[in-house]
Ligand binder design. Sequence first.
Ligand code: PHB
Length: 359
Amino acid sequence: MSLNLFSPAKLGSINLSNRIVMAPLTRNRAGEAGVPQSINVTYYEQRATAGLIITEATPISEMAHGYPLLPGIYTDAQVAGWKKITDAVHAKGGKIVIQLWHVGRISHPSLLPNNALPVAPSAIKPAGQAFTYQGLVDYVEPRALDASELPEIVADYVHATKCALAAGFDGVEIHAANGYLLDQFLRDDSNKRTDNYGGSYENRARFLMEVTEAVVAVAGADKVGARLSPVNPFNDMKDSNPQALFNYVTEALSRFNLAYLHVVEGGIHGGGESEPFDFSAMRKLFKGGYIANLAYDKARGNTAIASGHADAIAYGVPFIANPDLVERYSVDAPLNEADSSSFYGGSEKGYTDYPFLGA
Ligand code: PHB
């Protein structure tokens, strides 16, 4: 019998009871000082039947923030808050990794310590507006990082990884997608550097490789995944040759023997038509697990797994509205509709009150 969404899997050292992964989802409902609170415990616990939960993108430092009410993973109080979540998920037999995030230029001084300018590979203002506590505000021109500052950011990833392990996570996912800091280094529309971190594919990938090497040294490669989004235009991103760049990045990441590569196979947030791209080339170049993401449904997920395109499928919006998505898929039950007005911020409404089957 061929594999499908309900087949167990192993990604690095992480044993999944099925291949239905909960995608990282920004929900803006953390407590004070970025400490996860009890509604966050309930939310993740409700979704523990996923083969693997990837948490919402989580800032690794004060400078990594870019939206209101994000949980962090760099203080003792945050570790204690997350520990309640990992304990609750594990008690239900689930697995959970945390997505490590630095937003780079997708931020605003009002969200940063001492009204600091956001940082980026190059001083290029992205088109669009930041979500701040004061509402939507135009992005500002970020400050280009000096190469001498990069080791401090690598150290922040290391510290956050140690915090994640202390909080009981099964692993960490390095967020190098969707136009945030590491992706800003990768793609040449946001990286115009003339030093060792800009220009060639090798140079643009250097910072991601340094981060990966440092995170792997702390967590072990079999507990580390990475997320890429080669053609996602979200956050004003583009690259002159995404296939060549991301084939290079995939091969370079593959050498670390990571648990998995997680690929956003197109444009998010209604990013619409993205340019043609051969994702199967990345799948073939990567020797660890491959998690595919982007508007998959049950049928397409099963096909991708049966054909060998992916080892697991990450579902986003369906998991917002269906805490028991795995059961619903297994019995072909109808899905709850997601209410997009409660995606970002708010209370239990649209967060922990979606009904389970039979409720
Ligand atoms: C978002 O908040 O819209 C968001 C956050 C992280 C992502 C993508 C989108 O990777």
